[in-house]
Design a protein around this ligand. Structure first.
Ligand code: NAG
Ligand code: NAG
Ligand code: NAG
Length: 405
């Protein structure tokens, strides 16, 4: 917690210090130095942005330092100023090996990328599957998500141990890298890389893009980006005023689902009406968990639709009942201030969002079925709330620090 507060305080200062925009040679922050590094690449442009804090809970983000009109170019990030990982369909742990190998064995690469490396959040500043503890996995209360996270973590360990594919154990290749460092790097790559597909290429590859990766996500972003032959180009999606946070949509179609935003990026989008978790959707496919899906409205809004049925009501109801704590209990724990670790707070926010979405969907289906004369189901819906008595689940372990939940 102390670290977080220090970080947040520092970010506030940064925001005040750097409102003049980049390049700003009086500003010696790591982000400003990164911006200078980026601008040394031919074709790079940053046309009016600086690091800033956009909301009370964000560690940092990027703010506009001038007004932009629709389609104005805000930044150009040359492909040569990215770390594009070879191969498609590879895991972040495999990318981590490539990255660490270059950092350790290619002094020119290290000299060029060292600043970006130093600007990375430390292990306490990143929340990605490779770094989950057993307790955090158990707290998810979602077997599908637990399996995804565990699979990811195990894979990182296998790559490290040399038991995945034909690799050698990392300690043989890079004696200075231990398992914890390795997982940290894999987690950073998992949560910060972009899928880029330069014009003329027919594949999408993972890439680290300094500066660009400081933009925060918004479901309704004010920027968009595309790649041409040489660069990723960031443009205004509509008019932007100086001082506004610049945001983009990390992965359209998946990220708005609470389990997916937490899995990929370690945050849960806060919405009045959360979307269902991907794992709760009809037809969730564990082999293709990130498949984009229609919005919940188009699944459940039609009273005569294929999913407005008693069976679907019972399926979702059973999922809600299977969880060891209720939405109210999770909210209570979150509000009580007992949980100070931001990762555990995120898991609680996830659980609340997921349960709320299930409850809203059940209410919607019950309403439709009631309208169709299925009173039995409507009544069953009324019994849903308040069924949980003990505040189980959360009491099972410590939070990795304060230990008295
Ligand atoms: C990269 O270079 C920096 C100095 O610029 C050095 O401190 C660091 O140890 C090097 N990193 C690796 C992984 O070799
Ligand atoms: C990796 O190796 C360590 C130490 O030998 C072992 O404890 C761990 O279970 C291994 N992990 C995997 C996923 O094989
Ligand atoms: C993609 O590009 C590669 C090499 O440029 C080519 O061999 C392959 O056929 C292309 N695939 C498609 C689906 O266009």
């Amino acid at each position: 917690m102390a670290i977080e507060n220090v970080l947040r305080g520092a970010v506030l200062l940064l925001a005040l210090a750097s409102c003049r925009g980049w390049p700003d040679h009086d500003d010696n922050t790591i982000e400003s130095r990164l911006a200078t590094w980026l601008l040394n690449h031919p074709g790079a442009e940053l046309n009016g942005m600086a690091v800033g804090r956009e909301c009370p809970t964000c560690l940092r983000g990027i703010v506009a330092t001038k007004d932009f009109a629709y389609e104005d170019v805000i930044g150009r990030f040359p492909l040569v100023a990215m770390q594009i990982f070879p191969g498609t369909d590879k895991f972040s742990a495999e990318h981590a090996l490539v990255w660490l190998d270059r950092m350790h064995n290619d002094p020119t690469f290290n000299a060029s990328w060292h600043l970006f490396w130093e600007a990375h959040p430390d292990r306490d500043g990143v929340f990605a599957p490779d770094l989950y503890t057993d307790q955090q996995i158990e707290m998810l209360q979602t077997p599908e998500l637990e399996a995804l996270v565990l699979g990811h973590r195990t894979l990182a360990e296998q790559v490290f141990n040399g038991t995945y594919g034909e690799g050698k154990p990392v300690p043989e290749l890079l004696p200075a890298v231990d398992m914890a460092t390795f997982k940290h790097v894999a987690a950073l790559i998992h949560s910060r890389s972009f899928g880029v597909s330069p014009e003329g290429s027919n594949t999408t590859q993972s890439a680290l893009i300094p500066i660009m990766d400081l933009l925060n996500h918004d479901d309704e972003p004010n920027t968009r980006w595309y790649t041409d032959h040489e660069a990723l180009v960031l443009t205004a999606l509509h008019t932007i005023k100086a001082g506004e946070a610049l945001t983009h949509n990390y992965i359209t179609g998946v990220i708005h689902r609470p389990d997916m935003s937490m899995f990929f990026f370690g945050f849960v989008t806060q919405r009045e009406e959360p979307f269902l978790a991907a794992s709760d959707l009809p037809g969730y496919d564990a082999d293709n968990p990130y498949a984009t899906s229609p919005l919940d409205d188009s699944i459940y809004d039609d009273p005569y639709g294929e999913h407005c049925t008693t069976e679907e009501y019972e399926r979702l109801s059973a999922r809600l009942e299977d969880m060891p704590t209720s939405e109210e209990q999770d909210q209570h724990v979150l509000d009580s201030g007992m949980v100070t670790d931001w990762r555990l707070q995120t898991i609680l926010q996830y659980r609340i969002a997921r349960k709320r979405a299930l409850r809203h969907t059940l209410e919607k289906i019950a309403g439709h079925l009631g309208g169709l004369g299925r009173e039995d189901v409507v009544n069953a819906g009324g019994e849903q709330a308040g069924q949980h008595e003990a505040a189980g689940g959360f009491t099972s372990g410590d939070d990795g620090g304060s230990g008295e939940l």
